[in-house]
Write a protein that binds this ligand. Structure first.
Ligand SMILES: Nc1nc2c(ncn2[C@@H]2O[C@H](COP(=O)(O)OP(=O)(O)OP(=O)(O)O)[C@@H](O)[C@H]2O)c(=O)[nH]1
Ligand SMILES: [Mg+2]
Length: 479
């Protein structure tokens, strides 16, 4: 049997940032043109956007792996790498985005509502952008940062005004097809409908949407048939319609007991008690059906239901039903507080004030966690000493070394930057990390020194000093 696709797990990957380029400008007879390596491009995001022409999550069921494109690396001649392209995934109105633990990340309601599900990685700075008064010719560039990678779950909770519920083959899809222009799959066997159908109905000046869900059977709450899961589609509807089959040939069934059983299943599911309900007795074109409808009608009315006798096939009683539903929808809309079109839950990342934390673990390892230090590590080409030195300077400026010292770290202790499954571990060398004597030297090219007249050298030294004071905060131009 086809699986019921209103819940899919997606494996998404944003694009990686392109690496920055380390290059020195070369021209005939001008050997020292200066650094001209361009920045890498940003990786593309993976974005979910509500598109009302999309009604199911079926596409994602078939191909659950989606990736945005990577940023291109920078090039010499100050050429920046092209940004990766965002990957826009159209989803149906009413798609709920969850993480793997079931936490709601976003609730996408309303055409055009978007959510960035995975963020592309930053491009690395090229050596031209890394150059400064005291680092005139950096022989390194920053690496691009990998894009977000992970699994999310999409769940569809159809957004409709009216929901049709009932046994399989009661005629729910047939009703939608005659009340609206929708053309759902209809057949004479149970569970024809595997995804909700959605139709638009016009009743005078009221326009409303109507959805059905796959047929319910007794024991659905215990997982029989298609189970109760799809009742989540009913959650957002303001009016419920019981579609009862007056012409069933199953001897143990009749409209009243069918209604009781469906009500019991709705109760099991919970949370739907407050929705107004009406009863539709369908298939009165069948003579026995008409008789049965007449018989059960008083019983149902005695329970407080408004009852409509219709035939989806012979188009009987439809106009009255259409307008009665229009009235109920109108009342529900008037009673409802105006909802915001977009309901996006953004979970801010908890970041410590200092931007990082230092903790010592049981085995003695010191662990540094924080957005910046973790990103900086990923931007570092560990094969390049100058790049490693630059990382040390950055960490030092942020105060990581100081905190390590406070936490009791000593020379030679292991320090890990990043989470357990993705950390860079190294032996701590305070003298190297402090960079006290490195500051002002890294990235200098003695050839420049020789070419500068004394007065220029002095000016540069002053500028250098000012700059290292300024840089005491953080100096990544992308921050
Ligand atoms: N005679 C008659 N047959 C009908 C009427 N409405 C629906 N049917 C038939 O009943 C069968 C089931 O109809 P569907 O509309 O697919 O029923 P459903 O409630 O959507 O069924 P599931 O999707 O399985 O839950 C089809 O063979 C329809 O042609 C009606 O008013 N009169
Ligand atoms: Mg159906």
């Amino acid at each position: 049997m086809t699986t019921f696709v209103d819940r899919v797990e997606l494996h998404i990957a944003a694009g990686n940032g392109g690496h920055g380029c380390a290059s020195v400008h070369r021209e005939k007879f001008k050997p020292l043109g200066g650094p001209d390596g361009g920045n890498g491009g940003r990786g593309g995001d993976v974005i979910l956007t509500v598109d009302q022409s999309v009604t199911t999550l079926l596409d994602y069921h078939h191909s659950p792996h989606r990736k945005a494109t990577n940023g291109k690396p920078g090039e010499g001649g100050n050429r920046a790498g092209k940004d990766g392209q965002d990957l826009v995934l159209p989803v149906p109105d009413g798609t709920v985005v969850l993480d793997k633990d079931g936490n709601v990340l976003a609730d996408l309601v309303g055409h055009g509502t978007s959510y960035v599900a995975a963020q592309g990685g930053r491009g690395g700075l090229g050596n031209a952008a890394l150059a400064s008064a005291r680092r005139k010719a950096p022989g390194f560039a920053l690496l691009g940062v990998p894009g977000d990678l992970g699994d999310i779950v999409l769940e569809l909770k159809t957004v409709a005004d009216v929901a049709l519920v009932g046994y399989p083959s009661a005629g729910k899809s047939s009703l939608i097809s005659v009340l609206s222009a929708a053309k759902p799959k209809i057949a004479d066997y149970p569970f024809t409908t595997l995804v909700p159908n959605l139709g638009v109905v016009t009743a005078g000046s009221t326009v409303y949407t109507i959805a059905d869900v796959p047929g319910l059977i007794p024991g659905a709450s215990q997982g029989r048939g298609l189970g109760l899961e799809f009742l989540r589609h009913v959650e957002r509807c303001s009016v419920l319609v019981h579609v009862l089959d007056t012409a069933t040939l199953e001897s143990e069934r009749d409209p009243v007991s069918d209604l009781d059983i469906i009500e019991e299943e709705l109760k099991q599911y919970g949370g739907l008690g407050d929705r107004p309900r009406i009863v539709v007795l369908n298939k009165i074109d069948v003579p026995d059906g008409k008789d049965l409808a007449e018989m059960v009608r008083p019983d149902l009315e005695a329970r407080g239901y408004r009852v409509f006798e219709v035939s989806a096939v012979a188009h009987l009683g439809l106009r009255e039903l259409t307008f009665a539903l229009g009235d109920l929808v109108g009342q529900a809309r008037a009673a409802k507080p105006k909802e915001e079109a977009t309901r996006i839950v953004i979970r801010p990342k908890a970041v410590d004030d200092a931007g990082f934390t230092v903790t010592q673990e049981e085995d003695g390892l010191f662990r540094v966690r924080g957005e910046k230090p973790e990103r900086w590590v990923r931007q570092t080409d560990f094969n390049n000493d100058e790049a490693v030195g630059y990382l040390a300077d950055r960490l030092n400026r942020l105060g990581v070394e100081q905190e390590l010292m406070k936490a009791g770290a000593r020379s030679g202790d292991g320090v890990a930057i990043g989470p357990e499954d993705n950390a860079v571990v190294f032996d701590w060398e305070p003298s190297m990390m402090s960079g006290a004597e490195m500051l002002g030297r890294r990235g200098e090219d003695h050839r420049f020194e020789e070419q500068r007249p004394a007065v220029q050298r002095r000016r540069d030294r002053e500028a250098e000093r000012d700059e290292s004071l300024r840089e005491y905060g953080d100096f990544d131009p992308f921050e």
